[in-house]
Ligand binder design. Structure first.
Ligand SMILES: [Zn+2]
Length: 219
């Protein structure tokens, strides 16, 4: 599952079926009719080699970028346009001169913002479920790749993916106009309308970063 705070959406991967988009606002519906099918498994006419595992979002400015889905059966990653949900590409981290490629992938994650000299175009991370040293089975680990490597590989196949390393999604969230209720400050919506609790008209609130993380009991 992955949430898209800026566009007010969230995505769910159902291992043997595919990927769905739901609205993330409290007023959005949760019925089957309210969701959008992003993609399905190959057997169901989609592009995913099951099981579909982790999802992540590559953030670009203006709510653009990519939704990425981990395809465990082929260790591939399917790429979708974050705004239109159009399927764009499928890539795989393969063996290199120093490290092996990924197999049996569960989770993936990425950040589009530059992370210094090692990852100047953003970072893509994939869980790697199998590592062998000769006949010895080694620990699972993670493979890190600068996003430009993925962009360059796509370009060789005539697929246009881009980077946005100077964009900071957290700054965008702070600027975003939110709508709240004078009686119910917990209400924090992207669009004006009625309070879902008391039906009063919402008022414009300060920009906020929803979905903060609080750690309990971590030493
Ligand atoms: Zn209210």
């Amino acid at each position: 599952m992955v949430c898209d705070d800026i566009n007010g959406k969230y995505y769910i991967a159902e291992e043997n079926i595919g990927v769905y988009q739901y609205g993330a606002e409290p007023t959005d519906g949760t019925a089957v009719a309210d969701r959008v099918t992003v993609d399905k498994n190959l057997k169901l006419g989609g592009h995913i080699t099951p099981q579909v595992e982790g999802l992540t979002i590559f953030h670009k400015r203006d709510g653009g970028g990519y939704l990425l889905a981990s395809n465990q059966g082929s260790a591939e990653v399917t790429v979708y346009d974050r705004k239109t949900l159009k399927y764009l590409a499928k890539f795989k981290l393969v063996d290199g001169p120093v490290t092996d490629g990924v197999r049996g992938t569960d989770g993936i994650d990425c950040i589009s913002t530059a992370l210094g000299k090692a990852y100047p175009n953003g970072l893509f991370i994939s869980h790697d479920g199998f590592n062998r040293d000769g006949d010895v089975r080694k620990n699972q680990n993670y493979k890190y790749v600068d996003w430009s490597v993925i962009v360059a590989a796509a370009a060789k196949k005539g697929i246009k993916l881009t980077s946005d390393p100077l964009y900071d999604p957290r700054a965008d969230l702070k600027k975003a106009v939110r709508w709240t209720c004078s009686m119910h400050p917990s209400v924090n919506l992207l669009a004006p309308g009625k309070c879902p609790i008391c039906r009063m008209d919402l008022i414009q609130g300060r920009g906020a970063t929803p979905g903060g993380v609080r750690y309990n009991g971590v030493k």
